[in-house]
Structure formats: structure tokens, C-alpha cells
Design a protein around this ligand. Structure first.
Ligand SMILES: [Zn+2]
Ligand SMILES: [Zn+2]
Length: 138
């Protein structure tokens, strides 16, 4: 399906073709730190279809929990995570795009949870945590 989206401030825009069945959660500790939250939700977009406007800032993570160096791209203005990919010049084979920046995120339901050994203990119990429709009352 076609996917497109933008960072929080609109400096970076992306679009491409992605298989919604490939939407995945990553619970690794790098994703926890890189998002500032409990896990990351991403979808791979083949390099052949991936397009971007704006210039992200790159951080090359050489000590990833997976052992593979990854380039992390994020907006230099608002800090939204945009994607990760393999290091190297030119178009990469695949871009792992962050689902939270995509307009189609309602349709991108994770099908797999990776690095579950690092998952926060409460992620399987979200339904049990009291809910507010909008912001917290305290
Ligand atoms: Zn931005
Ligand atoms: Zn991860």
C-alpha cells in the first residue's frame, strides 16, 4: 500500500510503498532510548519506492543491541524519528520507517514483536492501566 507522512514540524516528508503485514514492534533497549518510550513501531519501505523531502540528521549507531550498525534518521528541528537503514552511500535496499509519522498508521497494525526479551514488563498489561479519554486529570 502507499504510505506517506511527515515529522511533527513538517520539515521532513516521506512516502513510499509498504506491505502493512510487515509492520513490527521492536522492544530492544536501543529503540527504548531512541524513542524515549517503551518500544518502536516500524514498517520496511524498499529503497526503490522510498522518497523523502527535507534533510534529516543522521546518527550512526555502531553498538546496536542487534550487533548491526544502523543509521538512525531524525528531524533536526523537531526530533521526530524518521527511519533507520543500513550505512552506506546512495539509496539503501530498505528503510525502516517509523509508523508514528505516517498518515496511514491506523491501518498499520503490528504483526510481530521483536527483542521481546527487553520488553518493559507492563507492555502486555496496557489494558489493565486506568485510562483517560484525553489528558491526565492529575
Ligand atoms: Zn520535524
Ligand atoms: Zn529496536
Amino acid at each position: 500500500m502507499k504510505i506517506d507522512g511527515a515529522c511533527a514540524c513538517g520539515t521532513i516528508k516521506v512516502d513510499g510503498e509498504a506491505d502493512p503485514e510487515a509492520t513490527q514492534i521492536c522492544h530492544c533497549t536501543d529503540c527504548q532510548t531512541g524513542t524515549g518510550t517503551a518500544f518502536r513501531v516500524s514498517i520496511p519501505v524498499p529503497g526503490a519506492s522510498f522518497k523523502m523531502t527535507g534533510t534529516p540528521t543522521f546518527y550512526l549507531k555502531t553498538t546496536a543491541e542487534s550487533g548491526n550498525p544502523r543509521v538512525q534518521a531524525f528531524c533536526p528541528v523537531c526530533g521526530s524519528p524518521i527511519y533507520s537503514t543500513t550505512p552506506g552511500e546512495g539509496v539503501q535496499k530498505s528503510y525502516t520507517v517509523r509508523v508514528g509519522i505516517l498518515r496511514q498508521r491506523d491501518q498499520l497494525i503490528p504483526r510481530r514483536q521483536n527483542w521481546f526479551r527487553s520488553a518493559r514488563s507492563w507492555v502486555t498489561g496496557l489494558a489493565e492501566i486506568p485510562k483517560n479519554e484525553k489528558q491526565a486529570s492529575r
